[in-house]
Ligand binder design. Structure first.
Ligand SMILES: *[C@@H]1O[C@H](CO)[C@@H](O)[C@H](O)[C@H]1NC(C)=O
Ligand SMILES: *[C@@H]1O[C@H](CO)[C@@H](O)[C@H](O)[C@H]1NC(C)=O
Ligand SMILES: *[C@@H]1O[C@H](CO)[C@@H](O)[C@H](O)[C@H]1NC(C)=O
Length: 294
């Protein structure tokens, strides 16, 4: 958290305005405890690596265009680049399609990431369940998602709103509460502060990997709409890391070009009846800002 306020404001104010029209009521009496939260240890069940050589892990999806007919599928392979192809098919037609993505990686101080794949699948039908398969041979993994209904003023749709998640025991409780809520969220508006890897010595980027594996149980099946928070900046000149947002922008791709934006840190999408404007307040300030507020 900390100076996280501004980036979430636009999203929140839209929701506050919306609440005049749609009020889902209070859906849970859960209140998070006030005591300091403890990070889940590296050998926790939620961080388990999927079995098999080069098996895809840290799978996550997000909207891939402006209106909801495309999806960006992202995942990491640890041993070698492998394939960036996604095989996908609609529940209705079963006809298999293929899309080819790209692979990237990054370094951070003395850490080198795995192979990070991003593949956009396009021209999907609205309101349709699709299965998708990534990876090769016996380590291939299959997931599914449902595309949103066509954009329109009165289209019903349920967003979850999560921010500052991290990877503590409480993070796991938060995610579980979201999953168990009787009103099922169809997409998450994530308002920033993802892994909190920056709290570890040298911003230990292995904690970006553990976070990706922890959240996969949700992020592989429904789009999380990403906003960068201050914990995504990862600006650490003391260890030679002077390019802000390096791990975040390598790992979490967003469809900023579809809204003619020039930066992944701000963009807009339409989804069902919502017009979502994503802004990061940590973008244009660079030096002065960081030296004053870190
Ligand atoms: C990176 O450096 C830290 C200390 O500076 C050390 O504890 C860690 O083992 C190093 N990691 C690698 C992958 O070299
Ligand atoms: C995280 O929550 C899930 C239930 O949603 C549970 O199965 C798992 O054991 C929990 N893990 C930890 C480390 O708390
Ligand atoms: C982006 O620019 C193109 C070309 O000018 C235009 O057709 C399109 O409508 C713009 N997209 C948005 C979301 O404004």
């Amino acid at each position: 958290m900390g100076v996280f306020g501004y980036c979430i404001f636009v999203v929140l104010s839209l929701i506050v305005n919306e609440s005049v029209l749609c009020n889902a009521g209070v859906t849970s009496s859960f209140v998070r405890k006030v005591e300091k939260t403890i990070d889940m240890p590296l050998d926790s069940d939620v961080f388990r690596v999927p079995p098999g050589y080069n098996a895809p892990q840290q799978v996550h999806i997000t909207q891939g265009d402006h209106e909801g007919k495309a999806v960006i599928v992202s995942w990491v392979t640890m041993d070698e680049p492998g394939s960036s192809t996604v095989v996908y098919w609609s529940e209705k037609s079963k006809l298999k399609n293929k899309a080819n993505g790209k692979v990237t990686n990054h370094k951070f101080y003395n850490y080198t990431s795995g192979y990070i794949h991003h593949c956009t699948i396009k021209h999907l039908k609205f309101d349709t369940k699709y299965y998708y398969k990534i990876g090769i041979g016996h380590v291939a993994r299959t997931f599914w998602f449902v595309t949103p209904p066509e954009v329109g003023p009165d289209v019903a749709y349920t967003f979850g709103l999560i921010g500052d998640l991290g990877q503590s025991f409480d993070s796991n409780k938060t995610l579980t509460h979201y999953e168990l809520n009787p009103i099922k969220g169809q997409a998450v508006l994530f308002v920033g502060d993802i892994s909190y890897a920056d709290r570890y010595p040298n911003h230990d980027n292995n904690r970006w990997d553990t976070w990706g594996r922890f959240a996969e149980r949700s992020t592989a099946y429904q789009p999380w709409i990403w906003t960068a928070g201050n914990h995504e900046i990862d600006f650490a000149p003391e260890i030679g890391e002077t390019k802000p947002f390096k791990p975040y922008t390598h790992r979490y791709h967003v469809p900023y070009k579809a809204s003619n934006s020039t930066s992944p840190l701000w963009y807009s999408i339409k989804r069902a009846s919502a017009y979502i404007i994503v802004l990061s307040s940590y973008s244009a300030f660079v030096r002065l800002f960081f030296s004053n507020f870190r």
